[in-house]
Design a protein around this ligand. Structure first.
Ligand code: CP
Ligand code: NVA
Length: 301
């Protein structure tokens, strides 16, 4: 029987052991970036198949793959026959015979899952409409670097609580046992929840005594047609000085980026807290290495 293949398709269904395994590697890769001699992807080619735009995820994965000894092959999904209607399961079966792993950014979560099922190579969700697991792993690395263990902390998520990033936060809260206080407008609540999550429309209550204030864009990729309607609905759901004043004294500000100044975050807070935010962006690189390395160490059957 062949060894089981590891994937990172979602935080939903992931375990604390999985996340801690990735984070331990990520911390080591960050601390020893220049010195580390591990090359777990030596001789391998990994495909990045992206249907949506990306700066951080694409660059961090490409650099991580190279620094881990492998080659990265960036494929714009629209340039593939996939864009002309070739089924995912056929694309997956072809790529599965040629490359060693796949990193996919697209719309439907089911598409990434179908790809993984048919390609039979390690597959990573690099953002779907449902989740952004790689982002949240890097965020947790950042928060723990700055504040220590995340368990028992209060993370306030302000803005579009129905978006992919917010949903991955919901799953992470249950896995790592921290409190997630979400505040978003009517109609933009998270469709998933658990006992570690509170949802409201009250940004002040969410921010009060929080250890972390976190936000994401009001208009996620693919929802551009809703821009005007969302701009109206999200008024007031912004990280700014008034909100930060309610958080704990040591509170940090996190934003997955890209940021839209004076929408989900004020220009002033963004620039004042740019160290926290760009440390978070940098950790995407270290976290991707943790993810890639973890994927190449399949669990014993
Ligand atoms: N945060 C994030 O995933 O950024 P990109 O869309 O630039 O990859
Ligand atoms: N929620 C955002 C995240 C961008 C990294 C989006 O899906 O566009």
């Amino acid at each position: 029987m062949s060894a089981p293949i590891r994937h990172l398709l979602a935080l939903k269904g992931s375990t604390e052991k999985d996340i801690r395994g990735i984070l331990d590697l990520a911390i080591r890769y960050k601390a020893e970036r220049r010195a580390i001699s591990w090359r777990p992807l030596a001789g391998q080619t990994w495909a990045l198949i992206f249907t949506k735009s990306s700066t951080r995820t694409r660059v961090s994965f490409e650099v991580a793959i190279r620094e881990l000894g492998g080659s990265a092959l960036f494929l714009n999904a629209n340039d593939l026959q996939l864009g002309r209607g070739e089924p995912i399961k056929d694309t997956a079966r072809v790529l599965g015979r040629m490359v060693h792993g796949a990193i996919i950014r697209t719309y439907a979560q089911g598409d990434v899952e179908e790809f993984a099922r048919y390609a039979k190579i390690p597959t990573v969700n690099a953002l779907t409409d449902d989740e952004h697991p790689c982002q949240i792993i890097a965020d947790i690395q950042t928060i723990e670097e700055k504040l220590g263990p995340i368990a028992g902390r209060k993370i306030a998520f302000i803005g579009d609580c129905a978006c992919n990033v917010a949903r991955s936060w919901v799953y992470a809260a249950e896995i790592l046992k921290f409190n997630l206080a979400m505040a978003g407008p009517e109609g933009y609540q998270s469709p998933v929840t658990n006992r570690f999550v509170t949802q409201s429309h009250d940004v002040r209550e969410a921010a009060r005594d929080a250890d972390v204030l976190y936000t994401d864009v009001w208009v996620s990729m693919g929802l551009e047609a809703e821009k005007a309607q969302r701009a109206a609905a999200f008024q007031g759901f912004q990280i700014n000085h008034d909100l930060l004043a309610l958080a704990k004294k040591h509170a940090i500000v996190q934003h997955c980026l890209p940021a839209y100044r004076d929408q989900e975050i004020s220009e002033k807070i963004f620039e004042e807290r740019q160290q926290d935010i760009f440390d978070e962006a940098e950790n995407r690189l270290h976290a991707q290495k943790g993810i890639l390395h973890w994927l190449t160490e399949p669990p014993v059957a």
